[in-house]
Design a protein around this ligand. Structure first.
Ligand SMILES: NC(=O)c1ccc[n+]([C@@H]2O[C@H](COP(=O)([O-])OP(=O)(O)OC[C@H]3O[C@@H](n4cnc5c(N)ncnc54)[C@H](O)[C@@H]3O)[C@@H](O)[C@H]2O)c1
Length: 319
């Protein structure tokens, strides 16, 4: 039985990751600023919650020392637009937080650190298929802070031989997203709100096409990468691809699964502008051939399955 520490374990990906590790009888500790009440019932009593802030060095040290993990899944982050509004806070959580996690992992001989990065580390001028090692010139504080984290992890790998591994996620479709947890959160919120019987207003054009990864695939990828044989890895940071969908296709798939869903469009040119200029990174296809080849990555959920599963999940949480 392994021991894992998940930073950001009370978040969308962290909770799903905890479920996967618990299913494999792992001993799971979550390090999160959120209270235990944020944890769903199915995991609340089966994990240890180390309540703390990754930007606080002493709290990270304490959590790593106490939980003594084989693997740290470093998933906590401040998302945009919060870290665009407050750069200092974004830097503290996303950059200093990562440094704290890596340094604690080094001091306590943690076997591996698996990090959740993002295609937002790439710039706005991108080819249709973005190579794994494409130049990273992000237009946002969020993307910049995540590149810094990738680079810190790579430095610890080179300098100390730390087993640092990372994936770059696209926009994640999943439950429990709130407004302000990323500009593309409106996509998941459309399913969340309409399943709860509430109306939902879409601020972008119906033709806007984005790429997604379903939350269960995102969590699974972290476990798969953590368990991949070291000699199979040809790089330390892997692009992942999921599926592509226009707003119109998302609306149709939502309506199919939520009969009577009240969805309307109220076009907001500023919102659309942000998506078109700062989020080109989730409109282009990441080349994920290295992940497919090295550790047999492939997305299990494409558009229809992802939305069906998400709506079922949200309905289940309402019972
Ligand atoms: N959601 C997406 O679309 C998306 C896309 C690409 C990459 N990612 C990356 O995936 C990871 C998980 O994203 P998510 O969607 O689960 O986010 P989330 O916001 O649902 O979860 C993040 C968790 O981190 C916790 N957290 C925030 N600041 C903290 C701090 N200072 N100390 C301790 N905990 C803190 C939050 O309380 C939350 O539980 C992040 O690293 C994010 O950058 C997400």
């Amino acid at each position: 039985m392994g021991r894992s520490l998940i930073t950001g374990g009370a978040g969308m990906v962290g909770k799903e990751l905890a479920r996967l590790l618990l299913a494999d009888d792992e001993d799971v500790t979550l390090l999160d600023v959120a209270p235990a009440s944020r944890l769903p019932k199915d995991i609340r009593d089966r994990v240890t919650l180390a309540r703390g802030d990754i930007a606080n060095w002493a709290q990270v040290l304490d959590a790593v020392k106490t939980s003594h993990p084989d693997t740290i899944y470093h998933v906590a982050a401040m998302m945009p637009p919060a870290c665009e509004i407050d750069h200092a806070a974004g830097y503290a959580v996303n950059v200093v937080g990562t440094f704290n996690v890596l340094e604690a992992a080094r001091l306590f001989d943690v076997g591996a650190v698996v990090y959740s990065s993002t295609t937002a580390t790439f710039g706005s001028e991108l080819p249709d298929v973005v190579p794994n090692d494409y130049v990273q010139h992000p237009p946002t504080m969020y993307g910049t802070s995540k590149v810094c984290s990738e680079q810190l992890g790579l430095h610890y790998h080179r300098q100390y031989g730390m087993d640092f591994r990372a994936v770059r996620f696209l926009s994640i479709l999943g439950p429990g997203r709130v407004r302000g947890s990323g500009w593309s959160a409106y996509t998941s919120l459309m399913m969340e709100e309409t399943t709860r019987g509430r109306p939902f207003v879409i601020p972008v054009a119906d033709s806007l096409r984005l790429r997604f990864i379903y939350v269960k695939d995102a969590a699974l990828s972290l476990v798969q990468l953590a368990r991949a044989k070291a000699d199979a890895l040809t790089t330390r940071v892997y692009n992942l691809d999921g599926f592509s969908a226009s707003t119109e296709e998302l609306v149709n798939a939502t309506r199919k699964n939520v009969p009577g869903a009240q969805i309307t469009f109220e076009f907001d040119p500023e919102y659309q502008h942000v998506m078109e200029t700062q989020y080109v990174c989730i409109q282009k296809q990441p080349d994920d051939s290295a992940a497919r080849k090295d550790w047999e990555w492939h997305p299990r959920y494409l558009l229809d399955d992802a939305i069906r599963d998400l709506v079922e999940d949200i309905r289940g949480s309402l019972e």
